[in-house]
Design a protein around this ligand. Sequence first.
Ligand SMILES: CC(C)(COP(=O)(O)OP(=O)(O)OC[C@H]1O[C@@H](n2cnc3c(N)ncnc32)[C@H](O)[C@@H]1OP(=O)(O)O)[C@@H](O)C(=O)NCCC(=O)NCCS
Length: 178
Amino acid sequence: MTVAFLQHELGDGGALALRDLTTAAPMHRLTAANLDRLRHWEDWAIPDLQDGATRAYTRIQLAAFAEGRALPLAILQGGALVGSLGARIDLQRESAELGYWIDEGFEGRGLVTRGVRAVVRHLAEERGIRRFEIRTAVHNERSRAVAERTGFALEGVLTGAFRVGAERYDAALYGLVV
Ligand SMILES: CC(C)(COP(=O)(O)OP(=O)(O)OC[C@H]1O[C@@H](n2cnc3c(N)ncnc32)[C@H](O)[C@@H]1OP(=O)(O)O)[C@@H](O)C(=O)NCCC(=O)NCCS
C-alpha cells in the first residue's frame, strides 16, 4: 500500500514527520537557536531570518509535496522537533536531492543517517526514484560522513558551486543509484 510519508519511526525514540504548518513555529525557533552554526553550511541561514520566511518556505514545500516534487520532513526525538531532512524530487528523471541539518545537541546519535536511509528506501520503493544526490561543501566533514555512511559515492567536486553569504566553496557531489 502506498501511503503519504506522514510519520516514520527511526528507532530509539527517533522519527521523521511531515514538516507541515503546525511545525513552522517550532522549526523556526530551532533554526534560530542553530543559526550561528547553520550559516556556515546553509545559504538560506541568513542572520536576520524571520519566522515569516520559515512559514513561507514551509508553504512552498507543502505545495511541492502535494505535487510529488518534495518530501519536507522534520526529525523528531522523543516527540520533540530536533532537525530537518528534505528531498527535492524530479519524477521525470527519477532522481532526488537530499538535504539535512540537526540541532547541535542531537548530533552524533545517528538520527540523520537513519533518516537518510529511510527516505532513500521510501522514495525508491514508493515513488520509483532511482538516483539520489547529496551536495555538500568539501570541508563539511560531518555531512560528507553521512553521505558515505549511507552508501553514497563521491562522484566529483563542483568548483565554486556552494555559496554561503559572500563566500563560494567547492561542493562535493555524492550519488547513489538503487
Ligand atoms: C551534517 C549533520 C546533519 C550531520 O549530523 P550527525 O549527527 O553527525 O549525523 P548522524 O545523525 O548520522 O550521526 C552520526 C554519528 O552518530 C553515530 N551513531 C550513533 N548511533 C548511530 C546509528 N544508529 N546509526 C548511525 N550512526 C550512529 C555515528 O557513529 C556518528 O558518530 P560520530 O559523530 O562520532 O562520527 C550535522 O553535523 C549538521 O546539522 N551540521 C550543520 C548543518 C549542515 O552542515 N548540513 C548539511 C549541509 S549539506
